[in-house]
Design a protein around this ligand. Sequence first.
Ligand code: MRU
Length: 349
Amino acid sequence: MIPYCSICWDVDKVKLLDQRRLPAEELYLEITDYHEVIEAIRTLAIRGAPAIGVAAAMGAALGALDLDTQNPGEFLSRFEKICAEIAQARPTAVNLFWALDRMQRLAQAQAGEPVAAIKARLVAEAQTMLKEDDTTNRRMAQAGQVLIHDGQRVLTHCNTGALATGAYGTALGVLRAAWEGGKRFSVWVDETRPLLQGARLTTWELGKLGIPYTLIPDGAAATLMHQGKVDLVILGADRIAANGDTANKIGTYSVAVLAHHHGIPFYVTAPLSTFDFSIPNGDHIPVEERDAEEVTHLWGQAVAPAGAPALNLAFDVTPNNLIAGIVTEKGIMEPPFSSSLKPYRPTQE
Ligand code: MRU
């Protein structure tokens, strides 16, 4: 059992592990106001696509609890506005919009009920989403662990563990299940500039799991692949288009091109809630651009001359032809993804 959780609901508040402070400090924020949830998502106190989804749902539940009307019609229209505000927190991880949509549909379906009953259903739904994420991740992990073999050296990028989800993790969940199943392997951890999710978070989680790892600068992956020291790449996703094009942390595309060049299998792991079947390909994925200061500074310390122009794209899109398979809770999807994913497209599409 891992003695931490990224996010949970505690009676009438949200508790979340402040990932900005890791690995130096394990500090839980206690939040009762949905505006603070938005801030936590925006500033990456909570991050990773599935965790952002759960946080958005819990933020919406907090917002609902605060509404002081007894009129269901007024409640619903004010709740819709709260969800629209939360939806502005970050643009790329589709789980955020998926979760808010689910909360809004539930509220609409309860329109004939007293406001207190709708509020209770919304709070319960947010908690259900957290539990479902745990179950989904464990299913993905079981499906994906067949990819991992004794002696492999696996490379991963960004952070995809329990911290990035409701529990267990996506790509790190696959590694965890393989490890717990007795397989012995090691992990190359990309540091993941500029916010160092690999260096700060993935190392922290692998350490707690007892899985051997070596931290590397992002630029070292090419050389390690050339030297034959990488057997498999596995990482997560923030949004996957209907054709399998995958948005993930900036630098993922470079790793995919390198893996392709060196003939190394490149796998993505993501729940179906990370798929956006409304867009045909990755060109339609909105890529978040964050403050340039995250590139020019490290922990408030300038690492570039004052005023140096910098571009901070938080994600990139890996084209589907570079992806060997996508691990989901329904099994490993193989190319061509538009065919393998077809049974899982929502029926209304
Ligand atoms: O900016 P972040 O830290 O939210 O980016 C997270 C990632 O890119 C993860 O790889 C992705 O969300 C998969 S998480 C299971």
